[in-house]
Write a new protein. Sequence first.
Length: 227
Amino acid sequence: MVSIRTNLEKVQEKMASACRKSGRKESEITLVAVTKGVEPVRILEAINCGVKEIGENRIQEADSKFGLLPQEVRRHLVGHLQTNKAKKALELFDMIQSLDSLKLAREINRRSGEKKVPLLVEVNTSGEAAKTGIRPQETLDFLQQLAELENLIILGLMTVGPLTDDQTVIRNSFHTLRNLFEQAACLNIPNCKMEYLSMGMSSDFEIALEESANMIRIGTAIFGPRN
Ligand SMILES: *Cc1c(COP(=O)(O)O)cnc(C)c1O
């Protein structure tokens, strides 16, 4: 079996080369290791190799594993969140990358307690029916609607690229998110600071980096295929 360390080094080499290609600095890219379906011992191994941010897509799975991980690892929710699990998600995660409805936003705002909740808005840039996320043409309005929810802090946008091998289709999808990110940054919404453009997974992160992603979410390329 190929080691996590070797896999990570390969990902980092590809990140470096994609950055060189588009004149960017590697230091501005945040790597989130997506640990869904991965046993805690293997997550710990990745952490030992320098992983500082991890992503999970299910509350229950995260809850069963997070207690075994060091406190300082940053935890991202990258999967769809049901409104009735918002409270639990706030206990478990440092950032929720999958804000995809006003109903969920209101519930998170209500449950937030003392501290402001860092979130990314998920946009369905591919238009695939199976994917969650706000429609691109509704995203800027959505951000404006969030302005009144004072306990939220919107730190950027997230998307999952289309399920295809067609590089042009994938690139268009990422380009759409990048345009929205730039437009959103100009709106000057008080609780909205466009810092993170989260796009790119194992199969498409190099395209995402060329399209200005500064946060990529990698599972398979680090941990190998999931069961
Ligand atoms: C599973 C998942 C990833 C990682 O996918 P890989 O193809 O294994 O790299 C990234 N983002 C989200 C939202 C995911 O659900």
